[in-house]
Design a protein around this ligand. Structure first.
Ligand code: WTA
Length: 651
């Protein structure tokens, strides 16, 4: 690893940044280390509280943290109402462009009115604090409106990515026991309709808790509406009052539940709080994005992911920023769409994923070079490790060697960015998320849980609670404990491996559990396996992540067929499509390997580690591994391995 290449923050950037030097960062970090509670109490001053808290942190019942005990606040109030008494009232809150080039700009006042009207519609349907909603929307401003309206009333919402299938939607609705689904009749992706409402109808055949569906009309297309259950958004908000009081919610009120893949087939409902979450998200807007009032800030994430929650909606709006939102695909109608958007709206901060960056590299420099990107001042990356070559391309071709890059490490569970350069302060090393933010205390542990001091490689853990941390897994506190706090008792285990270099910089290497990170999206091997074995031809399946040039990792499925079935190209395609239908296109396996048997431990556990080795070392010749190849490789891989080691395989 080229660990010694350093890019200092450009002086021009540092001079006007809110944190100007590494020393300043160190002082802040030290202050948080000396007295974490005092530090976060100061940060929480940036939030509007209806009632003050009496205690900063309650960690008396670990791992269940409570922050800002007794404090009352409201996230939507902080994102909207607070700005209405300032000059920001007529500032653009959201600048949106549809894939079909439609444009809308909503000022803070306009957004406020839309949110209030929609909140009143929810009330009219009988929804109240403590209820639950599912939001299954395309990337349109109404998605943010729905999130904020729920937050305003204390309805715990769960956004389901619009690319997920009816089946995936169903399991999430059922787990959440949601009373309402908020959706659109269609989305737009590469010029085609995405039939969101159809998926909702399909899912709702098995969701008795849902009494109402609100449907935003994205396009004039025939839409099935079930009378008594389904309501058009426009009808529900027409002539409704344009104000609606924000509920004064307890700091620990669950703001949202976001389902993410874990190490079993069942997705985990990560529960986020109100006061602590908002405090940390807001702090990171300042530290990491150095957000200013004249910025045009664009995070390209979909609202279906945590990045869309913290850094498309809640973070930027709480900071009073102008946030860009784009509905469609980056290569529609041509490969330069993102650069066109940056040029057109004079975007100053651009935050995207390494997968997107790698695909831009592949498309060629002519696409960005055809546009004026001089408005950019800061670039960001999130979701997966960024390889140094991609980092340098981003720095040179997009940032023109002028813009710092923030490589931000965090997780659905952490709620906010945890490890990242501070753009005006931290010398960057391509491929490293660099140093922990103030109030974040990572360690690297060895297999036995011993702290690695100084340089070394091991498991990345967080040793102290932080305000935006997940509070639990929805309705499953035992799984919460087991999943995050049992590998190293009492310490939060991230699931990632990392190295620390001699400068204390952290290099996150990727997941060490059964989670695959495809194009920055988390999937569990078990989820894909369970889908495959539901197919009538499949006997057994084992799924692993294989390195992929563009997506970081791609799904490889090893499949054994029932004895009556024969492998064929048709079945190969069918199985890939099956998974895409069951979970969503992002889960479509890159490759299916038909095999005669899966390698197992004596206790019958599939040895995914061995399969990972096979796909990683590329020992599998050809597109589909034949039976002979596979057995040869398997035997080779086993040679020299102690049987004990094979038996000791965990998971
Ligand atoms: C990975 C996304 C390296 C990591 C915000 C983590 C990263 C998982 C980085 C969380 C980064 C995220 N460098 N790896 N800058 N950012 N990851 O929950 O494996 O979708 O555990 O949250 O993505 O993915 P999640």
């Amino acid at each position: 690893m080229e660990q010694n290449e350093v890019f200092n923050p450009p002086a021009e950037f540092s001079n006007s940044a809110s944190i100007k030097s590494l020393d300043e960062y160190k002082r802040l970090y030290q202050a948080a280390a000396d007295d974490k509670e005092k530090f976060w109490a100061e940060q929480a001053q940036a939030v509007h509280w209806f009632a003050p808290w009496s205690k900063v942190l309650d960690w008396s019942n670990p791992p269940f943290a409570r922050w800002f005990i007794g404090g009352q606040t409201n996230v939507a109030y902080n994102c909207l109402d607070r700005h209405l008494t300032t000059w920001r009232r007529n500032k653009a809150a959201i600048i949106w462009e549809g894939e079909n080039f439609e444009q809308r700009t909503l000022t803070y006042q306009e957004l406020y009115r839309k949110v209030c009207k929609f909140a009143n519609a929810l009330k009219e349907l009988g929804l109240k604090t403590g209820d639950r909603s599912i939001i299954y929307m395309p990337m349109i401003p109404e998605a943010a409106v729905a999130m904020l309206a729920c937050a305003r009333l204390g309805i715990t919402h769960s956004v389901v990515f619009g690319g997920f299938s009816a089946e995936a939607l169903k399991t999430r609705i059922q787990d959440l026991e949601a009373q309402i689904v908020i959706t659109a009749n269609s989305g737009l992706r590469r010029g085609k309709d995405v039939p969101l409402k159809q998926s909702v109808d399909e899912a709702l055949k098995h969701c008795p808790t849902v009494k109402n569906v609100i449907v935003y009309k994205r396009q004039e297309i025939p839409t099935h509406m079930q009378s008594g259950r389904d309501h058009w958004w426009d009808d529900m908000t027409l002539d409704r009052p344009e104000t609606c009081p924000a509920e004064q919610l307890d700091s620990e009120h669950p703001l949202y539940v976001l389902y993410t893949s874990g190490t079993t087939g069942k997705p985990k409902g990560v529960v986020h709080s109100t006061g602590g979450y908002l405090t940390q998200v807001l702090s990171t807007m300042k530290w990491v994005f150095d957000i200013r009032d004249d910025d045009v800030y664009w995070c390209t994430a979909d609202i279906g992911w945590v990045t869309g929650h913290s850094y498309v909606v809640f973070g930027p709006l709480a900071a009073g920023a102008t946030a860009m939102m784009y509905e469609g695909a980056p290569d529609w109608p041509k490969q330069d769409r993102f650069w066109r958007l940056i040029e057109k709206y004079r975007v100053t901060i651009f935050y995207t994923s390494p997968t997107a960056i790698r695909s831009f590299i592949r498309q060629g420099d002519q696409w960005p070079e055809g546009h004026d990107l001089s408005s950019l001042r800061l670039l960001g990356s999130v979701g997966e490790p960024i390889n140094p070559a991609a980092w340098k391309w981003y720095h040179k071709v997009i940032g023109k060697e002028r813009c710092p890059i923030v490589d931000t490490w965090w997780q659905t569970e952490t709620g906010a960015i945890m490890i990242s350069p501070i753009p005006g302060a931290t010398p960057a090393k391509p491929g490293s998320a660099t140093l922990p933010l103030p109030g974040v205390f990572p360690e690297i542990l060895d297999d036995k849980g011993n702290k690695i001091e100084g340089a070394g490689k091991g498991f990345l853990v967080l040793t102290q609670p932080w305000p935006a941390m997940l509070r639990t897994l929805y309705k499953d506190p035992e799984r919460f404990k087991e999943n995050y706090f049992s590998r190293f008792p009492g310490i939060y285990f991230t699931g990632d491996a990392a190295t620390r270099d001699n400068d204390g910089y952290i290099w996150v290497l990727g997941r060490v559990d059964d989670v695959i990170n495809v194009a920055g999206h988390r999937l569990s091997t078990m989820e894909v396996e369970s889908s495959l074995v539901r197919h009538k031809s499949v006997a057994e399946a084992a799924v692993v992540g294989a390195p992929h040039e563009l997506k970081g990792q791609a799904i490889h499925a090893f499949v054994t067929l029932k004895s009556s079935e024969k492998e064929s190209d048709i079945l190969y395609d069918n199985l890939r499509e099956w998974v895409a239908q069951e979970i969503g296109a992002l889960a479509r396996p890159e490759k299916i390997h038909f095999v005669a048997a899966l390698p197992k431990t004596r206790s019958g556990k599939i040895m995914r580690r061995l399969l990972r080795e096979i796909v990683t070392t590329k020992s599998v010749a050809g597109d589909t591994s034949t039976l002979e190849d596979y057995n040869v490789i398997l035997q080779l891989s086993r040679q020299g391995k102690e049987e004990e080691e094979i038996l000791g395989e965990k998971k």
